[in-house]
Design a protein around this ligand. Structure first.
Ligand code: LLP
Length: 419
């Protein structure tokens, strides 16, 4: 459930009519709902009521906006970060360092030492090589890093290839059949405290069965690590729960996921860490856009909107579906190709989509844009970076300024020898 709905024929975010935001902030603009973020945070937490000892660490990559992170911090969430930049954001939003997990397959030496200095709660190590390097760095600083070893369980998450992370040939984690040996080696290094294991098999999972398979494998690994004398106190189960992008789509509710987790992990006796991203933020945001013009097409008309693939990359990158609807719909429908202004055919949000009839100057939204939306924006075609707004009841605030093409150009220089 979200808080974007028609009231008197006009789409609102909570109690704010979207045309008001378009008038005051311009378009395209991402609009987030605080009530929806809080609702999702609560539902996910309550789904895990059966798990006694846990940390829910929001996957910052899904939506790193400071105001969004602040909403989640106030809900008791920590953060899953994959760069020192994300760590800085989580800290700036008031998240306690010990509630931050530092994941990522390519953490640099500088990121490892900065993470240690900042007092990060847990490093999720993705290779033996990274573990050895972290141990060296920590030892040289006279510190010990609390670590989990990320396991690649070789489970097909059944999602888009580009966002699947738990198959044997994906770059993430260490192969599960080598995990015991690698864990054992690292456990002897003084700079690291090997206290657990981690897994994340992919994103936008439409089925919890692959997660269950991965968690069962992890449970067996925990038993065998303990058998080898290791003290396993933490297990990170990653994120991955899918959300409905289409109106009629049914996805497993968080409660089913929570019940499965409670069942599979009941005898583990560890603190569980969760890293949800999309399920918290996805349906808490829309991308508000204005129709530039409608162009006649060979088959269908082209609805050219002022948002483009640089603002919302998912359709171009993954062929992803984002529901598109008018902010002030009439009764008529049209079948159209919905495209942005960028000079490549990939800048297409949908072909042959049946949607509300729209004309030049009218407003529309792409739904489910709160996760992996603004954060994946670029300035391609010198379009600048889109603004972001957070709504709370009948008020709203700009929580990220629009960065126009001029400001980006200001960071560039022509060297003297070329002038
Ligand atoms: N933990 C780790 C280690 C991850 O790599 C990810 C996502 C998450 C947690 C959060 O997963 P979620 O709960 O959001 O599914 N840009 C793509 C999604 C990439 C996800 C990458 N990893 C998209 O737009 O679909």
């Amino acid at each position: 459930m979200d808080h974007f709905a028609l009231k008197d024929g006009v789409m609102h975010a909570e109690d704010v009519p979207l045309p008001r935001i378009a008038d005051e902030v311009g378009t395209p603009v991402y609009v987030y709902s605080r009530a929806t973020l809080e609702r999702h945070a609560r539902v996910f937490r309550e789904a895990l009521d059966g798990v006694p000892d846990k940390l829910i660490a929001f996957a910052v990559k899904a939506n790193p906006n400071l105001a969004v992170l602040k909403v989640l911090q106030r809900q008791g969430y920590g953060a899953d970060c994959v760069s020192i930049g994300e760590v800085r954001r989580a800290l700036a939003a008031g998240m306690a360092p010990e509630m931050i997990v530092f994941s990522g397959v390519g953490k640099t030496r500088a990121e490892l030492s900065n993470g240690l200095k900042l007092g990060i709660g847990q490093f999720n190590i993705e290779s033996e090589e990274e573990g050895v390097e972290l141990a060296e760095v920590a030892e040289s600083m006279g510190m010990t890093a609390d670590c989990a070893l990320r396991i690649n369980p070789d489970v097909d998450a059944g999602t888009h290839d580009k966002i699947s992370t738990g198959k044997a040939d994906n770059k993430f984690g260490v192969p599960i059949d080598q995990a015991g040996q690698i864990f054992g080696k690292l456990a002897h290094s003084p700079g690291v405290n090997m206290r657990g294991v981690a897994v994340h098999i992919g994103s936008q999972l439409a089925d919890i069965a692959p997660l269950e398979r991965a968690f069962e494998k992890l449970g067996e690994l925990v038993t065998s690590l303990r058998g080898a004398g290791h003290n396993i106190t933490h297990v990170d189960l990653g994120g991955g729960l899918g959300v409905p992008y289409r109106k009629d789509e049914e996805l497993p509710p968080p409660a089913d996921y929570g019940a499965m987790v409670a069942r599979v992990t009941k005898d583990w006796g560890v603190k569980l860490i969760f890293e949800p991203g999309r399920v918290i933020a996805g349906n808490a945001g829309v991308l508000l856009t204005r129709v530039v013009r409608v162009k006649r097409g060979l088959n269908n008309p082209f609805v050219i909107v002022d948002a483009a693939m640089n603002d919302l990359a998912r359709p171009a990158l993954y062929g992803a579906y984002h529901h598109f609807e008018a902010v002030e719909p009439g009764n008529a429908q049209m079948t159209a190709n919905i495209v942005g202004p960028i000079c490549e055919t990939g800048d297409t949000f949908a072909m042959g989509r049946t949607c509300d009839e729209l004309a030049s100057g009218e407003l529309a939204v792409f739904r489910t844009a709160g996760a992996y939306g603004a954060t994946m924006a670029s300035s391609y075609n010198s379009r600048g970076f889109v603004a972001e707004v957070l709504v709370d009841g009948d008020k709203f605030a700009v929580v990220a300024d629009r960065i126009d093409a001029g400001a980006i150009m200001d960071a560039e220089r022509v060297p003297d020898w070329l002038a």
